[in-house]
Design a binder for this molecule. Structure first.
Ligand code: COA
Ligand code: AMP
Length: 277
């Protein structure tokens, strides 16, 4: 009989400010090790958390949905201006209008929260007119309950190391972006981190794969965030929120990790039939 699976989630904060978070989907035998690793990861931060929360929750809604990871490519942009404009092009190839792509870039650059602060989750944006659809503009939507399967985790580590992408964030963001790209009604995603020393970000979709840009902001910039672009014609917002927040997803197969390309090079390939949940 297959073993039960558990969602294990960690978040660390200081003076009420979120510092870091991580999650896994694992069999019971692994819970001890993962808890230890999560607490160590939280405590390693230079800005020392004053609270670390860990949740362990049995997945009760049947086996996770299994997905294949998006293909990964890096576009060697030289600066932020080139990075943001190349990301907007990728979003347009995914079905986002130029004005919505530009609105999204402006929102993240200026701080997407109501007073220009960062959000606790992602913006949901109409892919055509750039209207914001998330109910709470401070929180947005937070994707949860996703992980790599054991075999896909080993394989993606190998592929990412070969491609020179050794930062743990790339692997985690790729799993998150894979779940998001398969979400009902989602057309594309744009992300760059709010961490001041992490300047890379990505635009992702089923059509383009995960397209990474080393520079979407300048070092020291504390703004960042995520935008999920949706097709209003087919959107069921409740179903989308439920899928992103609650439905468990395991990425069980890797895509391709290509060599880095120069801006302007055409690296996109025709995509076969892809099923949405
Ligand atoms: N930013 C700011 N606050 C956050 C936060 C974030 N990213 N994540 C959690 N919090 C705080 C909020 O105050 C939140 O309350 P809210 O729902 O009103 O916003 C509170 O913690 C509880 O959050 P919740 O999501 O219920 O906690 P959780 O223990 O179930 O899961 C995480 C926490 C961080 C593991 C999960 O939200 C997450 O982000 N998972 C993805 C982690 C990951 O792999 N990220 C990769 C990005 S590269
Ligand atoms: P990070 O990549 O962790 O630096 O996060 C960048 C931004 O993405 C944050 O400022 C949040 O706005 C948003 N974010 C963080 N975690 C999630 C999540 N689990 N789902 C959706 N958006 C998130």
């Amino acid at each position: 009989m297959p073993q039960d699976l558990y969602s294990v989630r960690m978040r660390a904060s200081k003076a009420g400010r979120h510092l870091s978070g991580a999650e896994r989907i694992i069999v019971p035998d692994k819970i001890d090790d993962v808890l230890r690793a999560f607490v160590a990861r939280a405590m390693e931060r230079a800005d020392g958390p004053d609270e670390v929360f860990v949740k362990v929750e049995r997945l009760k809604d049947g086996p996770p949905r299994e997905l294949t990871a998006l293909d990964v490519v890096t576009v060697n942009v030289r600066d932020v201006r080139e990075g943001r404009s190349a990301a907007a092009v990728i979003l347009q190839k995914s079905g986002v209008s130029r004005s919505a792509a530009e609105t999204a870039v402006r929102s993240l650059a200026g701080g997407p929260g109501p007073s220009g602060e960062i959000m606790r989750g992602a913006i949901i944006m109409d892919a055509q007119n750039g209207e914001r659809l998330e109910q709470d503009r401070s929180r947005g939507v937070r994707v949860s309950r996703f992980d790599w399967s054991e075999s896909a985790s080993v394989e993606i580590d190998r592929l990412l190391v070969t491609a020179g992408l050794t930062h743990f964030r790339t692997k985690e963001a790729l799993a998150l972006a894979t779940k998001v790209a398969h979400a009902p009604g989602v057309v594309a995603e744009l992300c760059w981190s709010d961490e001041p020393d992490y300047t890379a970000g990505y635009a992702a979709s089923l059509k383009t794969g995960y397209v990474r840009f080393p520079r979407l902001k300048d070092p020291g910039d504390t703004n960042g965030g995520r935008v999920f672009f949706v097709d209003r014609a087919v959107l069921d917002l409740d179903a989308l929120m439920r899928y992103l927040q609650k439905e468990a997803v395991l990425v069980t197969a890797t895509g391709k990790c290509g060599d880095a390309v120069e801006p302007g090079m055409n690296f996109l390939h025709p995509v076969g039939k892809i099923e949405k949940p």
